[in-house]
Each structure stands twice: as C-alpha cells, then as structure tokens.
Design a protein around this ligand. Structure first.
Ligand code: B1M
Length: 210
C-alpha cells in the first residue's frame, strides 16, 4: 500500500494518529504537500461524503474522519505555502451562521496566511452581526465567508446586508466559497468574488487587495 493510500484509509477510518503518521511518512518520502492534501486528505473526505450520502456513514463517522483530516492538515500547514515576511493585508475569515464545517475554512485561512495575509479567524457559526463587529474592530481589507450547507448559504447575503446597514460595506471586500457556493451565487448576492478552492482563494484575495 502506498503512503497516500495509508493516509486516505486512515482518514476514512477516523484514525487520527495513523493519518498524522502517514502525513509525516509522506513528507519524509519527499511527496509534495499538494499531492498529500489532494490525493490523501481531500480525496478521503470526498469519499466520506459519498458514504454519508449512501447511508453507509453517519454523523459520528464524519466527525472522526474530520478530526483525522485536521490532524494531518496541521502537519502540512508549514509546507503548504512559503510564509510571507510582511503582511500584505488583513482577512477576517469565518464559517457562516448555522454552519459548523471548518476544514475548508481552516485550509483557506492557512493558505492565505502562508501567502502573507494577517488572519483573524472568527471560527464557525458566525452571525452577520459578529462579522460586522469584526470589520469595525479589526478593519480588514477582506472578509472571507465559508458555507458547506445549502441551508446556510443565505447567511452570506445576510452578512452583506448587515455590512451595508452598518455603513461599512464599502470599506471591505467580500469573498465567499465552500462546496455548494457558485460564482453566479456570489454575483447574485453582491459579493466581490468567489473561489472554488484554497489556492484560488489566495489568488482572489491578492487581486481584491490590489
Ligand atoms: Co457535513 N455535510 N453535515 N459534516 N460534511 C456535508 C457538507 C454534505 C455535503 C455531506 C453529504 O450529504 N454528502 C452535507 C451537506 C448537504 C447540503 O447542504 N448540500 C452535510 C450535512 C447534511 C451535514 C449535517 C446536516 C448532517 C446531520 O447532522 N444530519 C451536519 C450539519 C452540521 C452543521 O454544520 N450545522 C453535518 C455535520 C458534519 C460534521 C460536524 C460531522 C463534519 C464537519 C466537521 C468539521 O468541519 N470540523 C462534516 C463533514 C466532515 C462533512 C463532509 C464529509 C466533508 C467536508 C469537508 O471537510 N471537506 C461533507 C461532504 C463533502 O464535502 N463531500 C459534508 C474537505 C474540505 C477541504 O473541503 O470544506 O469543501 P471543503 O472546502 C474546500 C472548498 O469548498 C473551498 O476550499 C476548500 C479547499 O479546497 N472552500 C472555500 C471552502 N470554504 C471556502 C471559502 C472561500 C474559498 C474557498 O473563500 C472565503
């Protein structure tokens, strides 16, 4: 079995120590962080989602798989992007209200940090009011919202409306992403940009700060 398969199976089994050991072994073998991430960790989570849809996995299995993935991701963090020396902008990031999925959001945050952005991570289940408060307090260049549920996507629109109501919409760029989010949804709700994955999120954030 290849090291990538070991990582993939460890995430599927929700075995965090094995996932971490697999990532360590893969890095020692000289495999790229990108390959470990895409083929090992993200590949396994896509399969977890499929098994959930097929009623073969349930929430507890998704949860332990997520923990195993997070464990592996932490070890990959320093390898995902070269750390910038000076801040190129500040990003307030969070998963929107009602949504507890944070792996994609964490990955986007790590890549942005690696690209030189200062990150203020508000966590998950972030209400529009909390985003507005953070914009006033931290004065970021960008707010980055993540949603993994079709039912929580409307909160992105709610946050933009709350920014307008507080009179700070023109002070900050808004970017959005997450599996059910699309470019046309971004346009529809008046966001400044959408990106489908963590590496394009970095490019988008850079273009938004000019
Ligand atoms: Co949930 N879950 N989940 N889940 N879960 C999904 C999302 C689902 C698609 C599974 C399925 O049915 N196939 C489904 C959503 C259906 C829908 O709405 N269309 C679902 C469901 C239904 C639920 C519950 C409702 C289940 C229940 O309770 N009955 C529940 C909701 C809880 C809540 O949030 N209120 C729930 C709970 C959970 C767990 C807590 C158990 C766990 C999350 C743990 C955690 O995050 N700490 C979990 C997991 C793990 C998943 C799956 C299996 C994996 C998600 C993941 O981490 N992927 C997921 C199935 C799937 O996605 N195939 C599923 C890996 C991650 C790297 O990818 O997050 O897509 P992703 O991020 C990508 C891009 O989307 C993008 O970049 C990332 C890297 O490339 N991206 C951005 C993300 N945010 C971005 C922001 C940006 C730019 C790009 O700019 C700001």
């Amino acid at each position: 079995m290849s090291t990538i398969e070991t990582i993939y199976n460890a995430v599927l089994d929700g075995n965090a120590p094995a996932a971490k050991a697999g990532v360590e072994a893969a890095l020692n073998e000289g495999l790229s962080a990108d390959q470990i991430l895409k083929d090992g960790l993200i590949g396994a989570m896509a399969e977890v989602g499929r098994l959930f849809e097929e009623n073969e996995y349930f929430v507890p299995e998704m949860l332990v798989a997520a923990r195993a993935m997070q464990g592996g991701l932490t070890l990959l963090k320093p390898h995902l992007a070269e750390a910038g020396t000076t801040s190129i902008g500040k990003v307030v990031i969070g998963t929107v209200k009602g949504d507890l999925h944070d792996i994609g959001k964490n990955l986007v945050g790590m890549m942005l940090e690696g690209a030189g952005f200062e990150i203020v991570d508000l966590g998950t289940d972030v209400s529009p009011e909390k985003f507005v408060k953070a914009v006033i307090e931290h004065q970021p260049n960008v707010i980055a919202m993540s949603a993994l549920l079709t039912t929580t996507m409307p909160s992105m629109k709610g946050t933009i409306a709350a920014l307008e109501e507080a009179g700070v919409r023109d002070k900050v760029k808004v970017m959005i992403g997450g599996a059910p989010v699309t470019d046309s949804f971004a346009k529809q709700i008046g966001a400044d940009g959408y990106s489908p994955d963590a590496s394009s999120a970095t490019r988008l954030a850079k273009s938004l700060v000019g």
